[in-house]
Design a protein around this ligand. Structure first.
Ligand code: AMP
Length: 214
């Protein structure tokens, strides 16, 4: 089991980078946010528990998301290679991940920190639209679909995420600073942290990530 971790504030471009890296590196994309949104849509017990936290832009409890991710990693077997997008988000989750990786003789290949100034983060989140069918993300101005409001990949009508409204965005950025930023030092201390400037255009960011991982 091998994991690459994408770390970055909401709007840093984790989903966009992940889409490109999956093709380039032949890894499986595991987005904790997509897993939770699917669980909410399907009305599973985990989804029912997560819904209230997500609507407010709060993190769901470590045990809830930790169990979903570790079950998925264990089920994938020893040859699984994943790109983790949105997990871990707290030091507690990083410890859970370390435990499961150690127990299965796996390794973390690198932790890529996507660095983006706040003003750009807010602009990206406010203009973001997503496909409810296949989860592909777009930006109304910077990364528009070919036909306005329609997913290029599957033809579904694009929507704004419930948590991409100004109040919830502010909350999610504050949660990132308080709960997730400590992971930067945590992984730097383990010599796993790779800082990448992610403020520019998606293809250029992708090239920087691939170069940094090699
Ligand atoms: P994302 O799509 O990564 O922005 O995640 C959307 C929402 O799902 C977050 O605002 C949290 O409410 C929840 N979430 C996703 N990943 C995690 C995680 N690793 N830990 C706790 N909550 C999470």
């Amino acid at each position: 089991m091998e994991a690459i971790i994408l770390l970055g504030a909401p709007g840093a471009g984790k989903g966009t980078a992940a889409e490109r890296l999956v093709r380039r590196l032949g890894v499986r994309h595991v987005s904790s946010g997509d897993l939770l949104r699917n669980a909410v849509k399907e009305g599973t017990p985990a989804g029912r528990e997560a819904d209230g936290y997500m609507k407010q832009g709060k993190l769901v409890p470590d045990e809830l998301i930790g169990r979903i991710i570790t079950d998925l990693l264990v089920a994938g077997g020893p040859n699984l290679r994943v790109l983790l997008d949105g997990f871990p988000r707290t030091v507690g989750q990083a410890e859970m991940l370390e435990q499961v990786i150690t127990a299965h003789h796996g390794r973390i290949r690198g932790v890529v920190l996507l660095n983006v100034p706040d003003a750009i983060l807010i602009d990206r989140l406010a203009g973001r639209v997503v496909c409810p069918g296949c989860a592909k993300g777009y930006h109304v101005r910077n990364m528009p679909p070919k036909v306005v409001g329609v997913c290029d990949a599957c033809g579904a009508r694009l929507v704004q995420r419930k948590d991409d409204n100004p109040d919830t965005i502010r909350n999610r950025l504050a949660v990132f600073r308080a709960d997730t930023e400590p992971l930067v030092d945590w992984y730097a201390a383990r010599n796993l942290l790779i800082r990448v400037d992610a403020s520019g255009e998606a293809d250029a960011v992708n090239e920087r990530i691939v170069a940094a991982l090699n």
